[in-house]
Design a protein. Structure first.
Length: 471
């Protein structure tokens, strides 16, 4: 058979790689510079670029420099959690060293489904480092694309623990249940749906004055369910709720789970990094007794998406749930990582975190997380002292829900929804509204290490001015 001529490869490398890499370096550097301070206004896309974004598929290639420039413009005009006043949802920092890890990982594009050789070691070390950071007795774990997948992975492990063989025999989830607080993230419901338990099987238990589930309620629900012929699959505790950052009492829940033999999972996608700090550590007392945890490094550890971990205390639990051998996946004595996760083809997302932990060290991460906790405490103090704002809950971590209550505004729900809209249009402070105990409010979450103490004042005053314009 004729060989293709060596001088004309079927896939030509990019012309002028050096110039493109230099341009990429310039674009990334400009973005990093712009993340150092809050931006006073959004740049806008411009009509010409908007028109280009509506064009059909190009049949022939175009200038990569021009495409790169458009891509950078689009991203610069998009909501980026790396900006210091992105305070909506649960953001991140987009640590600079993570960008280097992402670029290297994409360059080599290793696949962690089958063993990728040396890359497996980075994955394993990064899992150990996360466990050491938060004080969890890890036996095994996996990197996943996000908190949803980590929670789902843990629930499938819990299912196999509660009903051994259910993964092979099939699972009639009509008589199974999962226990969590009414403020658990919806991913718990979605995971229950996907695991065959269904939303119907999710017992959303009421919260106490500190917005935490009561262990006694969980124990009672488990006993009642067992009496009615249900199999309890797992208790899913909040390691920081999305709405207010509340942490369920892990020690009390661990007692209940030890007494009843039910799997205890902690959804710490957002909040679990706080367990590494002196300031918040006590909230997580009992963590060493839980069976599995979810932690999103792409939230409070500042790593780029997607980078989540599911950590498990018992050795062999993941393989019991996902292990298999196939003739098309070579086994070479070591376990293929696909036997410990739900996903198949998987990028080396751990590399970003591994590089960040190695470059900055645990002490720096602890200091950064403490700083964001202090930002929330500072905002809480200011809101409490300000007659024009009202605090809607007692913050435990770095999330604060409050509302603007100027004189003369009759419908505070409508006013605060309009204020969140105005803030998003204005662009200086990015936040979203939320509802706490039936009250529409402004919700901010401090997880960005770039946010400075003076930014709290700036954000509050910007919100006050926008709110006054509306009232
Ligand atoms: C507590 C909690 N669990 C799970 C998730 C889902 O995580 P992800 O978006 O990474 O899938 C979130 C997202 O904000 C969360 O706050």
């Amino acid at each position: 058979m004729d060989q293709p001529p060596q001088s004309l490869p079927a896939y030509p490398p990019l012309a002028d790689r050096g110039a493109l890499l230099a341009e990429l370096e310039r674009l990334i550097g400009a973005a990093w510079d712009s993340f150092d301070r809050p931006r006073l206004e959004e740049p806008g896309l411009g009509r010409e670029l908007e028109q280009r974004l509506a064009q059909p598929l190009p049949e022939h290639g175009t200038d990569p420099q021009a495409a790169l420039a458009d891509a950078a413009r689009v991203l610069d005009e998009s909501n980026s959690p790396a900006r210091p006043l992105y305070l909506g949802y649960v953001g991140s920092t987009g640590l600079e060293v993570g960008v280097l890890g992402a670029a290297l990982a994409a360059t080599y594009d290793v696949n962690l489904a089958a063993t990728a050789r040396a890359a497996d070691l980075v994955e394993a070390q990064a899992l150990q480092w996360v466990a050491q950071l938060i004080g969890f007795p890890l036996s095994e774990g996996a990197f996943t694309s996000g908190g949803m997948t980590s929670n789902m992975t843990a629930l499938l492990v819990a299912r196999e623990h509660a009903l051994p063989g259910s993964r092979a025999q099939g699972f009639d989830g009509t008589k199974a249940a999962v226990y969590c607080s009414e403020e658990a993230h919806h991913s718990v419901v979605r995971a229950a749906e996907a695991a065959g338990i269904g939303e119907r099987g999710v017992r959303k238990l009421p919260i106490d004055a500190q917005r935490r589930v009561r262990p006694a309620d969980v124990a009672e629900a488990i006993v009642a369910d067992r009496g009615a012929g249900f199999t309890p699959i797992a208790v899913v505790a909040n390691g920081g709720t999305t709405l207010t950052g509340s942490v369920d009492p892990l020690g009390g829940l661990a007692d209940v789970c030890a007494d009843t033999g039910v799997w205890l999972h902690v959804d710490g996608a957002y909040g679990l990094p706080a367990a590494a700090t002196r300031r918040a550590r006590d909230l997580f007392a009992g963590l060493e007794r839980v069976d599995s945890v979810t932690l999103d490094a792409h939230k409070w550890l500042g790593i780029q998406k997607g980078c989540s971990v599911v950590l498990v205390r018992e050795a062999g639990a993941l393989e019991r749930s996902f292990g298999h051998e196939e003739s098309y996946i070579r086994r070479t004595g070591t376990v293929n990582l696909v036997e410990r996760t739900l996903e198949y083809s998987r990028p080396i997302n751990s590399l970003k975190l591994w590089l960040a932990l190695r470059t900055h060290g645990a002490a720096e991460f602890r200091r950064w997380i403490e700083h964001t906790l202090e930002l929330a405490a500072e905002l809480t103090r200011r809101v409490r002292e300000d007659a024009e704002f009202e605090l809607l809950h007692e913050p435990q971590l770095s999330t604060v829900c409050f509302r603007h209550t100027p004189d003369g505004v009759a419908d505070l729900d409508a006013h605060n929804a309009a204020l969140a809209d105005a803030a998003q249009r204005d662009g200086r402070v990015f936040l979203a509204d939320a509802v706490v105990d039936g009250n529409r409010c402004l919700r901010v979450c401090f997880v960005n290490f770039r946010t400075r103490t003076e930014d709290v004042t700036f954000a509050l005053e910007a919100l006050r001015a926008l709110g006054r314009d509306l009232s």
